[in-house]
Design a protein around this ligand. Structure first.
Ligand code: SAH
Length: 221
């Protein structure tokens, strides 16, 4: 693909996101400024601006642009926020967040992915991200509390350690396993949780499909 092709497809994607209700200008501008093609393998570069998830190393996926935009918009981040992200994957969602908040702490269970994501962020001169290989179920207690938490892997239920590491008034957005009434396959609902005092308020949003959240650091890579 030529760079004109890429520019054209990117404009089409931004228009499509707007038509689907993503209207936050800072968010759209962040998506416009981050070259998604560098986060994926060359073999898939031609599909970088198609609205679809794509395979990355370690059997994982880079999320679909609409879902990245949707979850980010529901997170309501601003430039004073300290954000925790679970499931760095390619680092694409991390890069979008980094453009919108003060600092992103991101955890990935595959060392290979964490390292590659860091390299991609470095190549874009994004300097307000701290990445580590670890188990996202534990969160990052040394850096807690967080204004916002986003999880991009599917958990069977809301991880309590993450709720504990959220600031008072903070928001967490994550996919949580759901069961179809006809049991026709796995999917999740995006949940938005707001922390108030001792209690939490949860809101069920759209249906999605994410790779599972798996406990422990990956041994393989
Ligand atoms: N936002 C990423 C999505 C990656 S897919 C992107 O757009 O590229 C989800 C990622 O979560 C996978 O890379 C997977 O390895 C990771 N993951 C799964 N369970 C995890 C856990 N317990 N802690 C940290 N990362 C986890």
């Amino acid at each position: 693909m030529t760079s004109e092709d890429i520019d054209y497809k990117k404009i089409e994607l931004i228009m499509d996101l707007r038509n689907r209700g993503i209207v936050d200008r800072k968010l759209l501008s962040a998506i416009e400024r981050i070259p998604r093609e560098i986060f994926i393998a060359d073999a898939f570069a031609g599909q970088a601006y198609a609205d679809q998830s794509l395979p990355i190393e370690c059997g994982q996926t880079i999320s679909q642009p609409y879902i990245v935009a949707y979850m980010t918009s529901k997170l309501e981040v601003d430039d004073r926020h300290k954000v925790l992200e679970i499931g760095t994957g390619s680092g694409y969602q991390t890069a979008v967040l980094a453009k919108l908040c003060r600092r992103v702490y991101t955890i990935e269970r595959y060392r290979t992915l964490s390292r590659q994501a860091q390299e991609h962020l470095d190549s874009l001169r994004i300097a307000n991200v701290t990445a580590m290989a670890g188990d996202g179920y534990k969160g990052w207690p040394q850096q807690a509390p967080f204004d916002r938490i986003i999880v991009t892997a599917a958990a069977p239920e809301i991880p309590q350690a993450l709720v504990d590491q959220l600031k008072e008034g903070g928001i967490m957005v994550l996919p949580v396993d759901a069961e179809r009434e006809d049991f026709s396959g796995k999917y999740q609902k995006i949940i938005r949780l707001t922390k108030h005092g001792e209690g939490v308020e949860t809101e069920k949003l759209i249906d999605v499909r994410f790779v599972p959240m798996v406990a422990g650091v990956a041994k393989e890579l």
